[in-house]
Design a protein around this ligand. Structure first.
Ligand code: MSP
Length: 517
């Protein structure tokens, strides 16, 4: 079975991760967890981009060899960061690994053999921050990179070129025929306009430094870092391996990638250069490149180099990991820019997570304990709730598959609100005052518990740890099995929690926030 294959960009190891990087990776994690719960085979790749001048210079500034620098950052910053954020990636690729470097060299040789690579002279401005050749018209005030606001450097070298221009028409045709291949629409329009403006061949090697993959037939040159980096998506799953080898089988199972998640600043690399490289090798192009927006601070892209980088731990220490995972996807339409503010995050934490969701869970557990001795009563179905759950699941599933995280989460949280409304209207605490109402009271509690079962499953991809706690409190783990194994398609089947299950009080799911100094 072909896996749903999703990738994040591989991150430069010139610094530790900030919340902009975490935004992409969390989105990838939520989407892959959703697809796993849809019962699909999934492959989720992330990793690090370790070659090039940017990383080399940072290592030099720190008086460390680039490999040692990369090793340290990967082991002490990147991998622990993803573990802390509960990222369930299946693989982690580093571009300095032999499995990657060998395959890059093989791929490059095959393109040369096919006549797509030639030697030429290059001269032009280069931004080391972007690791990108710029056109003079891209620059601000004549020599500043518009992204980094730093002066570009003039590069003049003889190096190897890839015949990118030959693929312009095929790429245009591809995006016209497959609108889904580049999303959102604004991103596709940008790519099409860029291609219509004409594309030049691309210099794909550098000779003035050596921190990179050596060009196999000209070892005085190293492969241009983006050409090396883009290939990670395919080298990690066995590109160039013989079809009957382990790598070859993996490749057949995963390729083409279903989604490459990228920030909008690196869209052109992914939607122009990368598919052209694949076309040159007669390989299938990715099904979708999705460009999300930037997290802004003070109206500008948040970045370490501009000293506006916020570490994920600065937020998770205060709000917890699950609230972090929830907030950015809930608050910002995926594809648009969004500003981070403590005030907005605190407000949503309190109203949506602590009040709407967390309180509902703790009230239910407390009431089952108080009014039913902690034992789940008989199955009951409120048809309004069960019908609405069906609609919720359908809506959320469509939205999630379209990478509309906000729409998906909204649909689920609207259902949560509706369940709160149900409890408020039914007033179980009043019903409990008269023993004659015991059966009605039990109906209300079963319906609420069953709704929480569904909420736990639907929110599991977004908030894996919290929903696991809720799952156990509902007595679901011992009766229905692991929460991650619950399928989206059967969530709406009403009456799954077995009567007689033991419901226990949870620790507070979203504790009251401490006032921040
Ligand atoms: N190494 C390249 C990617 C190579 S992929 C073959 C790179 N690395 S990066 O570390 O600079 O950025 C990685 C990702 O983080 C990009 O998708 C970028 O858009 C994202 N973000 C960096 N800052 C960001 C924000 N402030 N907001 C949202 N995403 C941001 O580029």
């Amino acid at each position: 079975m072909k896996s749903f294959y999703l990738t994040t960009p591989i991150y430069y190891v010139n610094d530790a991760p900030h919340i902009g990087h975490a935004y992409t990776t969390v989105a990838g994690d939520v989407l892959t967890r959703w697809h796993r719960q849809r019962g699909e085979a999934v492959w989720f790749l992330t990793g690090t981009d370790e070659h090039g001048q940017k990383v080399m210079r940072t290592a030099e500034q720190n008086n460390v060899a680039p490999q040692a620098w990369a090793d340290k950052l990967v082991e002490e910053a990147w991998k622990p960061n993803w573990r802390a954020l509960n990222i369930a990636n299946d693989d982690f690729i580093r571009t300095t690994e032999p499995r990657h470097m060998d395959r890059v060299q093989k791929f490059l040789t095959s393109l040369k053999d096919k006549g797509y690579i030639y030697q030429g002279d290059f001269e032009g401005p280069y931004c080391v921050g972007c690791e990108e050749f710029k056109l003079p018209g891209d620059l601000l005030e004549g020599n500043l990179c518009p992204i980094h606001s730093k002066p570009v450097e003039n590069v003049k070298e003889t190096n190897w070129f890839f015949k990118l221009s030959e693929f312009t028409d095929r790429l245009l045709d591809h995006y016209k025929k497959n609108p889904d291949a580049c999303q959102p629409e604004s991103a596709r329009n940008e790519v099409v306009a860029f291609l219509e403006g004409g594309v030049r061949d691309l210099s794909i090697s550098r000779s003035t430094f050596d921190w990179g993959v050596p060009v196999p037939w000209d070892t005085d040159q190293v492969v241009y870092v983006w050409f090396d980096a883009l290939l990670n998506y395919a080298t990690a799953v066995g590109l160039t391996d013989a079809p009957d080898s382990e790598g070859g089988k993996k490749f057949a199972q995963t390729w083409p990638a279903d989604v490459h998640l990228v920030g909008k600043d690196i869209l052109r690399f992914h939607a122009v250069i990368w598919p052209a490289m694949l076309m040159a090798a007669d390989l299938e192009v990715p099904k979708k490149v999705f460009a999300h927006g930037w997290l802004l601070v003070g109206g500008e892209k948040m970045s370490k180099s501009k000293l506006t980088g916020i570490a994920p731990a600065d937020i998770t220490d205060h709000f917890g990991v699950d609230a972090f995972r929830y907030y950015f996807l809930r608050a910002i339409p995926f594809g648009s820019d969004g500003s981070f503010s403590w005030e907005d995050m605190s407000a949503r934490y309190t109203s949506e997570l602590a009040n709407d969701f967390g309180n509902l869970a703790s009230r239910l557990a407390a009431m089952v304990e108080k009014y039913c001795g902690g034992v789940l009563p008989a199955v009951a179905e409120d048809t309004e709730l069960s019908a609405s759950l069906k609609e919720t699941v359908a809506k959320a599933d469509v939205a999630m598959q379209n990478l509309d995280f906000q729409g998906g989460i909204n649909a689920i949280m609207d259902f949560c609100k509706q369940v709160n409304g149900f409890v408020t209207v039914k007033e179980p605490w009043i019903l409990a005052k008269d023993p004659a109402n015991q059966l009605i009271l039990e109906d209300v509690l079963y319906n609420t518990a069953e709704s929480l079962r569904a909420l736990a499953i639907l929110l599991h991809p977004v908030m894996p740890a919290t929903t696991e706690i809720l799952w156990e409190s509902l007595g679901a783990k011992s009766t229905l099995g692991e929460i991650g194994a619950q399928k989206i398609e059967s969530v709406a089947k009403w009456g799954q929690l077995p009567p007689g299950a033991t419901v226990t009080k949870t620790p507070v799911l979203f504790p009251r926030l401490e006032v921040k100094e």
